[in-house]
Structure formats: C-alpha cells, structure tokens
Ligand binder design. Structure first.
Ligand SMILES: Cc1ncc(COP(=O)(O)O)c(C=O)c1O
Length: 404
C-alpha cells in the first residue's frame, strides 16, 4: 500500500499568503469601489528592457528556421551561456569555470532541490525570518531545521551557529544564507560573511548562498557573491536568478554554482559538482532555449546597462517608501541595497493586527513579517515592486490616514 511523505504534515498548507488574499478580498467585497494599493507582493512590474527583449525574440526566431532550430539542449545549460556567466563573475574578480555553472529555470527550484545531494541526517541552519522556501523544502525532505535569529539587535544579520562546546547551540551541516535579504532588505557585510565561511571551513559545513538580489547592491564594499570571500569555493554553493535582476519572474532563468573545490566530510574535490550534475541530468531537462537566449542578452554590456537602470527605478521606489514612512514616524530597516523595507509595527502591534489597520485605514496591502518566521512577528515586509504612481499613492495614504 502506498504511503505518503508524512513530512508534508509538518509544513503549513500555504495558509499564510492565502490569508492575506482572503482578508483583502473580504475588505473589497464589503467596500465596493475601494481600490487597494499593493506593497505586498515581491513580483516585478516593469517591462523587460529592449536589449533583453531583442535576445528573447532572437530565441523565438531561431526556432522558426530549420537551420537554427534546437530541441533539447544540454541539461546544464547552453555552452555559450555557461561561458558568459563565468565571464560575468570574472568581471567581478571572481573565478568560476563554465563546468561549475548549472543553468536552471530559476532560483526557487534550486534552493529547494539542492539539499537532495546531502545526507538525510544533515542539520540545516536557516535565518529567522527568511524566504520560507529553505525551511519548507528541507522539512519536506525530512531534514532537521534549526534557526539563526535575525533581530534588530544584530541588524537582522544572523550569526554563525554556535558549537556545543561553546556552551549552547549545536553543530550544523548546511547553512542557508540570503543576501540581500528577503524579507528584511538588509545585506551581509564582507566581515560578517567571512565569519560564516570560517565556520563552514572549520566544521566542514556547506553554505548555500542565495544571491537572487545581488544586483540591488549599490555599495562596492558589500559582497555580491560569496566567492568574493577567500576559501568560499571550498565550502559554498551559490544560487542566482534573473527574476529580480532582469524581470524574468515569468520567463524563468537562473543558475547554481557548484565549485569543483567544494568538499564535504565524505566527499573530496569534484564529487559534489558531479553529484549535482547527476541530479540535474536525471531530474531536469534544461532551461528553455528562448529564456537562455534572453539570459545571454541580459549578460551583454548593453543588457547589463539597461537592466541596472531598471533596478535603479525599483530602488527609487524603495527610497520613496523608506523616506516617506520614516517621515510619517515609522521605524524602518533595509531598502537601501534591496527592494524590501522591513517596518517595525508601531505600539507593539502584531504583524496581523497592523496588516488589518493598513488595509482598513490606508487601503494598503503589505506582507506580515510573521509569515517569514517566528522572529518576523511584529514586523511587515513592504515591497518596492510597483509602478511609481502606485508607490507614491500608497505612501501618501499611509501618511495621511494612519497615526503612529
Ligand atoms: C530570496 C529569494 N530567492 C529566490 C527567489 C525565487 O527566484 P526565482 O524566481 O528565480 O525562482 C525569490 C523570489 O522571491 C527570493 O526572494
């Protein structure tokens, strides 16, 4: 008789985000004609830039001619794209070989699937609060998850796990880091990242570094890639995405770097790279050839110029939100090198209490911080994705209709 994976019982049924939609719908049903201003969803809103659109069109046109048509490609990605990604890293003084690049259909599947190459006994450390995919995917896989608190006291940047011999905590095997961070909008510094790399090297742990928002970093002193830290290629996997860097949320393209130098307690150099290769060639059939042609255009000099200009647009939205909310008397964090602003709910309100007030008084939707982990309670994530006019209206509405 078939039996289900009982770990699914240990994760919620996506209740949280459904609940925000449910409450918003109940409000609009009882207030017909009221328009809600959305600062909640982390979804891109601006059209794909011309240089990248040309790349995508080229991808489509190639399919229409027998000379240029392609069917299945290499599961690891188009050779030209893997080379272009390696060169993109070289431009940042980071050395990556094309054979270490695995092109994917986005960061989310890779964040969820990567732990399949590690033992079921692995203890996995994740930030709290953080992008919920790390937590839920590891719980579904039956791994034990422990939390690294990201609090106001530590600037919302978690500290490396403490070893039992240090008096508390426990040894961990895998560490998921996300910088710039979703949801807190904060960025790890080079020195802070170095402490994680040192921990991983000392304890033969592996870091999974999610750099999906690296292109929002505006300060050259902040690390965009974990491989900017010496020794990281022996202990870190990096996951990237063009979703937020180029508006590919619907197009779908990303990549994962599994260095050949990467080692585990029972795996010498090259083994983990080969295992991820085995996993991808068995369970993934390659990213869309159209999307990959678009990806090549994103990485071209003109594509980089235009996509960075678009990111500047979202970052101007972030500035408007940050400054507007601060002026209105709120305490906010993040939003300087990331498209998310982390707002502290006033007067000790819970995330859901403040969600309801924002909805009822300002007609604004934001995301309750408690959905990203227990330590997100008492905060809201405010997203800078949106058309400028809507962002300005939402900030004005909060300032005029809410009292701190
Ligand atoms: C931290 C983080 N990683 C990964 C993703 C998903 O990226 P993709 O669209 O490439 O699957 C998101 C999307 O919101 C994210 O916030």
């Amino acid at each position: 008789m078939a039996k289900i994976n009982s770990h699914y019982k240990d994760v919620s049924e996506g209740y949280f985000f459904l609940e925000t939609t449910k409450r918003a719908k109940a409000f609009t049903d009882s207030h017909p004609g009221v328009e809600l201003l959305k600062l909640g969803i982390g979804n891109t809103t601006e059209p794909i830039v011309p240089a990248v659109l040309e790349g995508l069109k080229r991808g489509v046109e190639k399919l229409g001619s027998a000379e240029t048509y392609t069917g299945y490609g290499d599961e690891q990605g188009d050779t030209r794209l893997r080379g272009a990604i390696a060169e993109w890293y070289a431009g940042r003084k980071v050395s990556v070989e094309p054979a270490e690049v695995f092109v994917s259909d986005g960061a989310k599947p890779d964040c969820a699937n990567i732990s399949s190459i590690f033992s079921d006994e692995s203890v996995v450390a994740i930030g709290d609060p953080v992008y919920p995919v790390y937590r839920d995917s590891n719980i579904i896989a039956g791994k034990r998850v422990v939390y690294m608190p990201a609090l106001e006291e530590n600037g919302f940047i978690p500290e490396p796990p403490r070893e039992p011999r240090q008096g508390r905590g426990e040894h961990v095997d895998l560490i998921f880091l996300c910088s710039p961070n979703n949801p807190t909008g904060t960025v790890i510094t080079r020195e802070q990242l170095k402490t994680f790399v040192e921990y991983a090297l000392e304890h033969k742990a592996i870091i999974v570094f999610d750099a999906a928002y690296s292109e929002y970093i505006r300060d050259a002193a902040l690390p965009k890639s974990i491989y900017e830290i010496e020794g990281a290629k022996q202990c870190a996997i990096e996951i990237q995405s063009l979703s937020k860097a180029a508006g590919f949320t619907g197009v779908r393209l990303g990549w994962t770097i599994v260095p050949k130098e990467l080692v585990a307690e029972d795996a010498s150099t090259g083994t983990l790279n080969q295992m991820w290769n085995r996993r991808q060639t068995t369970m993934f059939n390659g990213a869309s050839n159209i999307a990959q042609e678009g990806g090549l255009a994103v990485l071209s000099p003109e594509g980089q110029r235009q996509t960075h200009e678009q990111i500047d647009y979202y970052m101007e939205n972030a500035r408007i939100i940050r400054e507007g909310l601060t002026k209105a008397g709120y305490t906010v964090f993040g939003g300087v090198h990331a498209p998310y602003i982390w707002l502290k709910c006033p007067s000790g309100l819970t995330s859901w209490q403040f969600f309801d007030q924002l909805l009822e008084k300002a007609h604004v939707i934001a995301t309750p911080g408690s959905g990203f982990g227990d330590r997100g309670e008492g905060y809201m994530r405010v997203s800078a994705y949106g058309h400028r006019e809507n962002i300005e209206r939402a900030v004005r509405s909060i300032s005029e209709n809410m009292r701190v």
